[in-house]
Design a protein around this ligand. Sequence first.
Ligand code: PLP
Length: 485
Amino acid sequence: MTSQVRGAQLARLLGQWHALPGRRRSPDYAALAGAVRGLLADGRLPLGVRLPAERELAEALKISRTTVTAAYRELRESGHLASRRGAGSWTMLPGTHRVASTGLWTPLDDRDMIDLGVAALAAPPELLPAARAAAEDLPRYLGGAGYHPTGIIELREAVARAYTERGLPTSPDQIMVTNGTQHALDLVLRLSLAPGGNVLVEAPSYPNALAALAARRARITTHGLAVEEPGWDADLLLGSLRQARPKLAYLIPDFQNPTGHLMPASLRERVVGTAHAVGTDLVVDESFVDLPLDGTVLPPPTASFDRHSRVVTIGGMSKPFWGGLRIGWVRASAPQVQRLAAARVGVDMASPVLDQLVAVHLLADAPAIVAARRAQLTAQRDALLAALAQRLPEWRVTVPHGGVTLWAELDGPISSALARASEEVGVRLAPGPRFGLDGTLERFLRLPFTLPAGDLVEAVGRIAAVRYDLDRGGRPQWREPAVIA
Ligand SMILES: Cc1ncc(COP(=O)(O)O)c(C=O)c1O
């Protein structure tokens, strides 16, 4: 089945395509083709959709049909459009690109690229010893079939203990181990959101969570976050919950991705109370909860204000430990966990036993490992902030006191153009619109501080150079699209 994008929809997605910095000397058709490639590159225009007929797009954009014809021709030549006479034109990718499972796609090996599209650390040195110790433990499990839909008991115990130590008493039967936090979210959505259900999310928010919601065809209401702390506007957020009465709200209260904001205790309590009053289930993503910086004291877990099993908490090992482990979890009521496990059997049965054993060993060593991660992140964040202050002083940045990303407000609506230009100089960026739903957020850019300080400083230098080139009118060429995490 092919879906179609209408002229008015594409015009809205394209936004200010004709006025983007860096295209002053290029003809309109080339700028239009470049803007369509940009939408494909950052995932806002999916693959395999039928573009509007030339006449329809020309009318929607109030430009001549000849310009659209020439733009479509250029897109066909660059391998981004397939056309059949009488049937229309579909978006596609040039043959050199691979499609990844997210619907985004990863470029082939590119070792010189500084990748600021992914907000995740390399593995800690403790990973290899943990993997060896896990292999030693494996024989204990080899006598059984190896399917544990809620996870092996020793990992569920370790995760439950960590919640209890944070002031949220939890038993192992309230934990289900998943293949990462993303998998946890997907399973929770399968169970609690009918297709087309109404969901409230923060804007900006985590792109792959938005993708999971899109897969459920969720109808989304957004709550806009401010750049300054605390980010959430209590009255607006509670008002949106009361008005929209969504079936579900997806929130990242602990060092929100991408803004780094931390939701205060008082608002956590009020959000849980209001959600219960209006019949909304809360999905709280705690991906970054282990990573407070600067001695920041964490408010109580959001679920600690929950008296009615309204809050489902998801979290995992990816940010404090390693994304390649693919271990996450759901914390919910024991009956909810049972229902999730039943749903999971129709999806992936269970998580790998060996990986869960590695997680058990890492969690046993968590205080030391996580303390080192925080020290590393603090030094890298400070190097990034210093480089930004020196090279891009016009950008407005709120210092994040936890997590792994900062959210910069740029000196113009240039995020996508900057991302395209930066690819040219070996820096991959996730532009602001990737973190929203409607093609806005062009004034913003997420910058993770998960790479070594030297790479971050080098990347800021290159970004600053192309930023000023954009003003001088150089035209960034579209390059390879990226996976964002
Ligand atoms: C808010 C948030 N949720 C979920 C994920 C995905 O985590 P995992 O690797 O555990 O699936 C990420 C990763 O960046 C994230 O930032």
